[in-house]
Design a protein around this ligand. Sequence first.
Ligand SMILES: C[S@@+](CC[C@H](N)C(=O)[O-])C[C@H]1O[C@@H](n2cnc3c(N)ncnc32)[C@H](O)[C@@H]1O
Length: 284
Amino acid sequence: MAHRAPEPAAPGRTPARHHPGPAHSAPPTPPYAARPPNPDPHLPQRPGPGVRETPPGYVPLPAVPKTRSPVPWLASVHGTPGRGAYGDAGYRGNCSGLLIKDLLLYYRPKRVFDPMTGGGTCRDVCRELKIACDSRDVRSGFDAADPPAYRGLGAFDFVWLHPPYWRMIRWSDDPRCLANAPTLADFLDRLGAVFRNCRGVLSPSGVLAVLMGDLRHEGRYQALPFHTFAVAEAAGLELAAPEIVRFSHGTTSAAEKEYPVAIIPRVHDVCLVLRRRDGTRAGR
Ligand SMILES: C[S@@+](CC[C@H](N)C(=O)[O-])C[C@H]1O[C@@H](n2cnc3c(N)ncnc32)[C@H](O)[C@@H]1O
């Protein structure tokens, strides 16, 4: 859990304000894995001198400034544990509904588009918040990269886009599925088409939030979040908020995985909240 320990009060300063976060951010029994001890007794077991130790499994966040946000715990790191009772938790590649919920509470859209719904996580969050949501997927015949597929959909003020992380998961043999793009360049071409199409149905003051992780292919990190921003920018979109690092809580396979080599494990995805470069700002 992203837990911000209260800062010590320096002389003349008040302690940093602690946002309690939503009720679901404080489960009674922390399910987090404790930080493993360093197996090499000659290497440091604890933070260096002058560094305050934090309980194992906790990541202290810096102080968050007071703003008028209706969702004060929503910051550029999203660490809420769990995924919420949204969508099909068994759908491969599903994401937590908790970041989607916080973004919807922040942006308060009237009409959401969810063109790669998978197990229906976004659809279920919208249902709970009573927001109209149009959810589609290539598995039910909607190709998000195909411009004619968008005819007659109307305008949306929020798009939630959770594409495949290229070839990380294979859902089908359908060549329209972005996971089946034979090369990274093909994947990015098709992702660019998805951005252009979604931008076309995004209202001038709307936002599109895209969630992207990364994978290693043939021994190389593919840098998918960086490429994703580049293709979004080429499609006429720009950042509407800082990129959000979303901790990968709920990824059950991670705790079971073991690598025979040393790596720096990736435990987050990146959410980019984008708006039309030619859009209206509506107070943001
Ligand atoms: C990462 S999963 C989304 C998971 C979802 N957020 C959830 O929580 O279950 C990506 C989805 O994109 C869909 N997809 C891939 N290519 C597509 C395309 N061209 N058009 C529409 N959906 C596509 C896949 O079928 C898959 O369900």
